[in-house]
Each structure stands twice: as structure tokens, then as C-alpha cells.
Design a protein around this ligand. Sequence first.
Ligand code: G3P
Ligand code: MG
Length: 250
Amino acid sequence: MWPYPRILAHRGGGTLAPENTYAGLRCGMQAGFRAIEFDVMLARDGVPVLMHDPGLGRTVKGSGSVFEHDAGDLVAMDAGAWFGPAFVGEPVPLFTEFARRCREQGVWMNIEIKPAPGFEAETGAVVAALAADLFAAELAAGDMARVPLLSSFSDVALASARLAAPQLPRACLISALGPDWELRARALDAVAIHTNHQHLGPQMARAVKETGLGLFCYTVNDPGRARTLLDWGVDAFCTDRIDLIGPDFA
Ligand code: G3P
Ligand code: MG
């Protein structure tokens, strides 16, 4: 059974705030969400920050790669101006500070490990170890519904996360499910498959559920589609349209 919330705000606040920022978290919480997905990448000094793209330019000004800058430099960059004047000065969050904030606020996390190319193993290990430290009390108490779920498109990152913190649950992010999805999930001792709903049909949804794995979809922005997916047995999904699909939609 899926022990986690069913509706998550994608990248913090969906389309209502700049992605992967404190403003996004606040926005999601104002909409009633107590569960979010966000992306984590390593800076040059090995410190994880919230970031989706490996290259600067879209959400923060500048050029080159995230891994060419130390975390301190990235934090000083503006991750909100691109979205609108109301968000000017919004910092790039440090992962540990952001995750601590979520924990304090009772916001459940799907932490997407988003390694820059070539940093898969390192990113998985660092993020998993830090998350396990932060949730040591919950892990010791067996309070697994509060513990974050780690996910990644990179099997290398997930394997590394497993080595670093085997007690943290993992999910395989697979855009379109091919013939090997179950093998990959089992090899990583994953608890769930996270997939693009656009490539999912009712038969595949049933096949995943029959294995006992959890089934999560991204990124579902149409309420009708959301209802269909839940009817197929999808356990949970994230949405950008937190204005249309609320936390109690399920
Ligand atoms: O974790 C689900 C979803 O966020 C994966 O795709 O590119 O939005 O990070 P992306
Ligand atoms: Mg993501």
C-alpha cells in the first residue's frame, strides 16, 4: 500500500512560483500541499543544491554548468527573477536547509536526484547520506511514511544512494516503461516506479500494480486525466497546476 501523500506539488509550487525555491515551497503550502517533489544536483564543491538544469541560463542568469560553481556562489544567484518581479532575490536553496525546512513544516518530500552528467554516483551517495542523517529519528522509529522517497532517472545514482543509505526508499524514474522496468526496480530494491503519464495506459498501470510496486506519475496538469490515472490504480502524482488540482483531489 502507498504510505505517502497522493498529490504532490511539482518542483515546490508548480507553475505558481519559481521552481525549486523557498517561494515555491511557500506557494505549495499556501495551496494546502504538504507533499512536494523537487530536484537536487551537486555544486562543484560537492554540496547539493536545488536545481533542475545542469546548465545555467534558464532559472538563474549566467552560462556554463552548475558543477563549475561552488554552492555558496549558486546560493547568491537569483533563482526568482526569471519568473517575475515579485520573486527577485529568491536564492538557490541548499538541499540540507531546504529539506530541514520541509521536515519542520511537515512537508513530505519526493527528492529527485538529478545528477549532472558524470556525477551520478557521487550525487546519489551525497543526497542519500544527508537525507538519512536528517531523518535519523524517523528511520530509527520505523516511521517510514514521513521519510523522503528518493527517485532518479539514473540507475547509477539510485544504486549509489542504496549503498550510502539502504534504509531510505527509492523509486525508478522511467519516462516510458520498456520491457525491463521490473528488473530495474528489483535490482535497485525500489519501492515504486515513477513514470510519465503521457506514455502510460491502463494495462501497464495494472501490470505495475500487480507486482506490488508503487506507481507514481509526473506531471499531471489536467483534472480529468488525473481522475483517469487514479481510476487505473495510479497511487500518486505530481502536478504543476496546484491551482486546478488540490492536495485533496484523490
Ligand atoms: O520527478 C518527476 C519529474 O520531476 C521528472 O521530470 O524533468 O520535471 O524533473 P522533471
Ligand atoms: Mg523533477
